[in-house]
Write a protein that binds this ligand. Structure first.
Ligand code: UD1
Length: 421
């Protein structure tokens, strides 16, 4: 298995281009299943998860053409509405095919994703919503099996705010008979990006970005083009990388608009951050102080602080001046990076979903293990300031969600080598 070797000590400077958002691209790729006409997407990031989703769609009969960041999908002839375990187990977001398949084909068989490193992550809300829309849904041999003539519009309420749950049900409702209302909907910008793509395909959706989304079902959707929004978590990760090294960088093709909670905390930590806009593109400029101040965070659904940035802020707090408290409220087991950071010398005490951290002057390089996508990113960020070499093993997680992270960081002055196994 590949590993990364990070030699700490470099101050980041320069410009980096942010890729399209993984968590917007994945549901939008699935939206292609809703129409017999082609969907053309640009700014699709080059990530392993995108490759997995394209493979999944292709084995269902979707014709996929990919040229760099442009992908065209044609689901004119769907032959096999099945998502097999072999693909789903590597990527939980595969569950996003369920809603579109049931809506378009009247049937679907999607493997249950099983547990994952950061918690149980059930899909009961996806299932409950489809049942309320008239589908018969059961679990057979580890697969969610759904059948229906045509879905019927319904009033849906999810017990908790769920991002992919909202997306699945919103997509399903596009082809349902009548109006669907999703209450307690996720307000994440990726939900809005998906809604915009669906609207350009002819869907009738209002309220995306609020907690009440209304969808009036239509008979069919048409061909469309859509540009994937910038990745706000990649943006946040590069902001943290610049911040921890006392650096100054400009992030191109992205905006502070999706990142208020993260930017606020970096300002509290002592960074200067400005959003810039030219006719050509948006960008963010960050200047970090020599040493950051510790900042406490509490994760919660958008627009509050994102759970996907929690680990990177643990890296920052590990070397910041002062004490910080981190509370994780979304996932029950999302502190595995803490024990790895302790191996680098971080002072972290964990009690349930709360971590109390006291910043140390210096981290020391060591061998650490990446346990999930964002945990891996946090170890890279920590490695940038650890003395000597930090060896990060199991980095396949990182390749699922970051396009070329070591090349992008090295272009900013970091010293990261990939050692191929
Ligand atoms: C999405 C993101 C992920 C992010 C997460 C929270 C994608 C592809 N992934 O994941 O990067 O960390 O949102 O912002 O967009 N839950 C249930 N039952 C359900 C659905 C969810 O109990 O049917 C629980 C989950 O276990 C979790 C919480 O609800 O505790 C929120 O999960 P959810 O928003 O669904 O996360 P994902 O959509 O899987």
């Amino acid at each position: 298995m590949d590993k990364l070797v990070v030699t700490g000590g470099a101050r980041l400077a320069g410009e980096v281009t942010i890729s399209g958002a993984k968590n917007a691209a994945l549901p939008i790729l699935c939206a292609s299943l809703l129409s017999a006409e082609p969907l053309r997407l640009t700014n699709v990031p080059a990530l392993n998860d995108i490759g997995t989703m394209l493979k999944l769609l292709a084995q269902m009969g979707v014709k996929v053409e990919r040229a760099g960041a442009e992908v065209t999908l044609n689901a004119g002839a769907l032959s096999n509405p099945v998502a097999p375990y072999e693909l789903v187990k590597t990527m939980r977001a595969s569950i996003l095919v369920l809603g579109p398949l049931v809506a378009r084909c009247g049937e679907a068989s999607v493997s249950l994703p099983g547990g994952c490193a950061i918690g149980a992550r059930p899909v009961d809300q996806h299932i409950k919503g489809l049942q309320s829309m008239g589908a018969e849904v059961g679990v057979e041999h580890g697969y969610v099996v759904a059948k229906v003539g045509r879905l019927k519009g319904a009033r849906l309420f999810t017990d908790m705010v769920t991002v992919t749950g909202t997306e699945n049900l919103m997509m399903a409702a596009c082809l349902a008979d009548g109006e669907t209302v999703i209450e307690n909907a996720a307000r994440e910008p990726e939900v809005v990006d998906l809604a915009q793509c669906l609207i350009s395909m002819g869907a009738q959706i209002s309220g995306a970005g609020t907690d009440l989304i209304r969808i009036r079902g239509v008979e069919k959707l048409r061909a469309a083009s859509h540009r994937i929004m910038p990745d706000r978590i990649e943006t946040g990760t590069f902001l943290c990388a610049a911040a921890i090294t006392g650096g100054e960088i400009r992030l191109l093709g992205t905006s502070t608009g999706y990142l208020d909670a993260v930017v606020d905390k970096l300002l509290d930590a002592g960074c200067e951050i400005t959003g810039e806009k030219t006719a050509k593109q948006e960008s963010i400029h960050i200047i970090a102080p020599p040493r950051l101040k510790a900042v406490s965070i509490r994760t919660a659904p958008y627009p509050a602080f994102p759970t996907d940035m929690q680990a990177q802020f643990m890296a920052i707090n590990a070397v910041a001046d002062g004490t910080a408290v981190i509370r994780e409220t979304i996932f029950e087991n999302r502190f595995m990076h803490a024990v790895e950071m302790q191996r680098l010398g971080a002072d972290i005490k964990i009690d349930g979903n709360t971590a109390v951290m006291k910043g140390v002057e210096k981290l020391q390089g060591a061998t650490v293990m990446a346990t999930d996508l964002r945990a891996s990113a946090s170890l890279v960020v920590a490695g940038l300031v650890a003395e000597g070499e930090t060896h990060i093993e199991r980095i396949y997680h990182l390749d699922r969600g970051y396009a070329n992270i070591e090349a992008k960081l090295n272009a900013l002055g970091a010293n990261i080598k990939r050692e191929r196994a």
